[in-house]
Design a protein. Structure first.
Length: 201
C-alpha cells in the first residue's frame, strides 16, 4: 500500500509571488498525514547586509534575542516553553535572508504558533538578556579561533569579496559586537520584519 504523499494546499501560492499592492505572498502549505509533526518557517527577504557599518553581527544578535525574549519571557522561560511542547525554534542568518524555523508535535500546534507569533511580533529585547547574549556570542567567536575550517572560510570571504558588502561577517567580530546596543537592534527589527519582506511556510 502506498503511503500518503505530500501535497500542496490548493490555494498555496508561489513563495516568490507578491500581490499587486506589493505585500507578501500567501503562505506555502504542505500536508503529510503520515507524520504527526508541524513545521513552520518565516523568512525575511533581507539579511545581514542591513547591519550598520561597524556593527556587523547585529542581525544575528537580533534574531537570537527575539527567540530568547519572545512575549517578554527570559531565556530560561522561553526554552522551558518550547521544551514542554516537544518542539524547537531556531534562527538562521545569511547576508541576504534571515529566517525563523521550527517544528512541534501536532497536538501542541496552537501553543507553538502562539510562541512563534510572540517571537516574531512581541519580542521583549530586554537589556539584561542582550548583555548575556552578546557575551555568549563573543565567547563563541573566541572558540572559533580553534576551528581551522571556519577561519579559512572567513579569510576566503574577506579576500573574494574585498571592497564588497559580502566581505562583512554576518556573525560579527569582537570589536563590532562591542559597538552594538539594544537601540541598534530595535531599529533593525523595524527594517527586517515588515510585511513586504516576509514569506511564510
Amino acid at each position: 500500500m502506498n503511503s500518503p504523499a505530500k501535497k500542496s494546499a490548493p490555494n498555496a501560492a508561489d513563495p516568490s509571488a507578491t500581490r499587486a499592492d506589493g505585500t507578501a505572498s500567501n503562505p506555502v502549505v504542505e500536508f503529510d498525514a503520515s507524520v504527526p509533526l508541524v513545521h513552520a518557517s518565516v523568512n525575511s527577504m533581507v539579511g545581514a547586509l542591513l547591519d550598520p557599518a561597524g556593527k556587523e553581527g547585529a542581525t544575528r544578535l537580533l534574531l537570537r534575542l527575539q527567540r530568547r525574549t519572545a512575549g517578554g519571557r527570559n531565556a530560561d522561560q522561553a526554552d522551558d516553553w518550547i521544551d514542554r511542547m516537544g518542539g524547537h525554534l531556531g534562527a538562521d542568518v545569511s547576508r541576504s535572508i534571515v529566517s525563523f524555523h521550527g517544528s512541534t508535535i501536532a497536538r501542541s500546534t496552537r501553543s507553538f504558533l502562539e510562541f512563534f507569533e510572540d517571537t516574531l511580533l512581541r519580542p521583549g529585547l530586554a537589556e539584561d538578556e542582550f548583555t548575556r547574549l552578546r557575551d555568549e556570542t563573543k565567547a563563541d567567536l573566541v572558540e572559533r579561533l580553534d576551528d581551522d575550517r571556519a577561519l579559512a572560510r572567513s579569510f576566503w570571504n574577506r579576500k573574494l569579496f574585498a571592497g564588497h558588502p559580502y566581505a562583512r561577517p554576518p556573525g560579527g567580530t569582537l570589536a563590532s559586537l562591542d559597538r552594538i546596543n539594544v537601540a541598534d537592534l530595535r531599529a533593525l527589527y523595524d527594517k527586517l520584519f515588515v510585511r513586504q519582506n516576509l514569506r511564510f511556510a
